[in-house]
Ligand binder design. Sequence first.
Ligand code: SF4
Length: 1023
Amino acid sequence: MSEYQPFIPSDPDVRLVGATPHVQPRTWSGPARALIHAGTGTWRVTGTAGSGVSSVVIDTVIERIRQGWDPSSMLIVAASKEAAGRLRREISELVSGLDYVSDGPMVRSVHSLAFALIRDSSDEDVRLITGAEQDAVIRELLRGQADDGRGGWPPEQREGLRMVGFARQLRDFLLRAVERGIGPDDLVGYGQQFNRPNWVAAGEFLREYKQIMNLAGTHSYSASELVTGALTGPEPRITYRGVFVDDAQHLDPKSSELISRFIPSAELTVIAGDPEQSIFHFRGANPDFLIDFGADHTIHLEESFRRPSISITVPETGSAHNDVLADTVRREHLLGDLAWSDIAVIVRSAGMIAPVRRVLLAAGVPVHISPTDVVLSEQRIVAAMILGLRALTEDLTPLELEDLLLGPIGGADPVTLRRLLRGLRQAEMKAGGHRRAIEVLRALLIDDADDELLAFLTQRELELLDRVRSVLHAGREAMGGSIEEVLWAVWSTTKLSDHLSASSLRGGAAGSQADRDLDAMMALFDAAGDYVERRPTAGIRNFILHISEQELPTGVRERRGVSPEAVTVTTAHSTTGREWKYVIVAEVQEGSWPSLGETGTLLGQEELIDLIDEDIDPDTIISRSVDRLAEERRLFHVATSRATVQLLVTAVNAPESDEVREPSRFIDELAETHGVAIDHVEGEGDATLTEPEALGHRLLSVPALVAELRRTVADPGELGSRRRQAARQLNRLATAGIPGADPAEWLALREPSTDAELVPPGQVRLSPSRIEALMNCPLRAVLDRLDSEDETPIAMLRGTLVHAFAEAVARGADAVRATEMITEAYMDLANVPSWSHKITEDAFRRTLDRTHTWLLTSRATFELVGIETEVSVNLSDEVSISGRMDRLERNASGELVVVDLKTGRQAAVQKEMGEHAQLSAYQLALSRGVLHGDRIEDPLSGETPEPVGGGVLVYPAHEAKGITTRDQAPKSQEELDEFAALLPELAHLRRGPNLLARVNPSCGNCPVKSLCPVQPEGRLIHA
Ligand code: SF4
């Protein structure tokens, strides 16, 4: 499926329209009405999901504003920043007609409240560091401890200090401790008391961490430290008339304690929530505060306003599931008249968001992902900018240089890049240079262009080069300035902001991607600003490292007043307090939902929490799976209670597939509770469901529709009227610019660009290695060469260098020196990642050693006749054999033996050596030609070929005790004639222009499989 890219005008007409109000005023009766209009004292409001618990809180606040309360005399607390944003938006919408002034944010998260309290009571500068920043500091400190052997970690854990996973677990462990007011000394104390050396080490680590953070000048608090920081400060000076807490089941004990400080002086307190939606136990939250709060009045709202109809669909394959997902979303938008933003897809974990996003984008659905679910450095646009910044300060590897040109900065397609490299290589050769094309490119990006070099490039290639050069040039010019200035210079020169803004305004799938890119860039500039503020003297390299090392979502500053017009894809945990008209809870699989794995096992996080909260000895073995299952069930309940109109729950049922997938037990429970039948959808293998019947209706996405219309038009078995109708619809789609609808784009209808033969008229010269490839598959033999023409794969590079070594040593070069020089060249060019540097170098040295050993030991059997001996022997008017033998030797009987060095790791099977085409071809050439100097040529009159003693393959890279060789016995005259008789046919196949695709055992690793008409991947779709 291709991603639909609508046409984006460069200067779109923009019309501003007023936001549509989402919230209608509500009316209440009974105790809720009493609370809203005249309640005083303390109230607890609970109720099932969708029963209006949050609405009671909001309406009480609004009624108090209406009654003249000063908004700043009310403390409204939400469990998270996102929830606070949503409550704030709703309150703002409902009070927009009222006359009021507020001098502070109307709704706060607990952390924002704690931060404000600390700031008010402290004279020093305080700042909040993000989870991502904290993560980076922890990793840096851990690396330091690993390097210096410090830290007191148990030996079995010391190995893991550099690992991201270890840092992550340590961070969570410390968060849970700090949230509970546990400091370094307490942790060390617990560790000693209960013989847990890693708790002692974690305590010491926390001490070092705090010292480092204090050194930064300002007092930096992480989110977990804020609440305990505020609690240890003086009693707050401020009091509130009203205290309102929404979703109180998500509070941890310390947050509850902080809020409790404001209750005694308040005229009205409302603590609201639903214990059944308590799903953050892993973060230390529990519903105790909500349940145990000693309220004067209690309201329980029984009836949910959300009464969606429920359906459950269980496809049999992953791709059928994806089709159901894309089809449902598109259908609801196009036919069900729902706005994209009325639809949400909910998944169990953050890792499942990206695949769902891809599926929806491919079907032309705009997708919104909460920034709290995304890691900044993993954003496509951020990664490109960071690469651009790196290009200013360091040498990029060849692969990174290509990425720079192919990514958003260069904007090149692979074909243009390839042409550019080819042009540069030709120019370099013409100028007598020996640099690789990518190195020429690197030089061009740094220095002024050489006009002679540029003359080899087309306009398009020049534009690409200019674009990247100007971005890097602007960056370099700005290098004396601040990090933000450099980043701005690079970003503004790319001119991507105009393009992305236009695309974003246009909406749709491309628009949602553009939105995401723009948000990510804002977050990157925010991060740069924060970084400069915190470390004013740090350079650009440190900033690059700081961003690249972030492994956690940073969160983006709340700037949007409205939610984007796109389908929300989010995790179940992020859906609390939210609702949509249509909700799909996707891929509810056994094994992932419920997820019963323990959290923080490395450091015993759960034991620590139980010790602090419940005073349970950490050595007591207790089962937590019952609690965990209950929490997972509550999470599923939260996810399935977000829909107001329609809920669809999906899972894949593929018990027979390689990766066994079964629907979660929760699906059956849901079906049973609501009396819903499970709809099973069939799907074949991993093939996409393109047949309309398979879904009971047509898959409603642009690519699927175009495919169906094309199939109908081209099917002679279809009714004429249907074909005509399909043609009319295709015409409409083509006029609207839909890709694939215009027959001019249909590959099968295109005429070949040429019918010229691939080789000039006359004799076809076949090289022995080509003969073998042609025998296997003529199509691959020809295309393979084109495919690898521009790049030198590492295997080919290794082969070339080992051959060069063998030749140099045979010609008398010093083996030790040759080994050093060639190894150095290999490691220079191979561009392997640093972690595999040593292994790669050792393996390469071993190959050279074995080659040298064979050269020495084989002298007992052979006498050298020639190195890199050229072969050019005519077999007939139609075909000749031409090539180069690695070595030509003479055996003890005086016969010529051809030797070929093979640098692959797999050796041929000795039993099959009789059929080895390359050696057979050399034997044939030797049997028909004679040695003239260092060439095997046609015999002159009176000359007769020398006897041939067979051939040998030598495998120096094959890991075996000795050196692996494979022999081909001398061929008889009949055998050689038989072989020669095959060659005219091969010459014919080589000549083209039609090439034969022959299925053979090596198809599995064929690099041109996607072009091959006999493979499913490359099969031509007729019309
Ligand atoms: S996939 Fe097989 S048949 Fe097709 S080109 Fe490659 S080797 Fe030939």
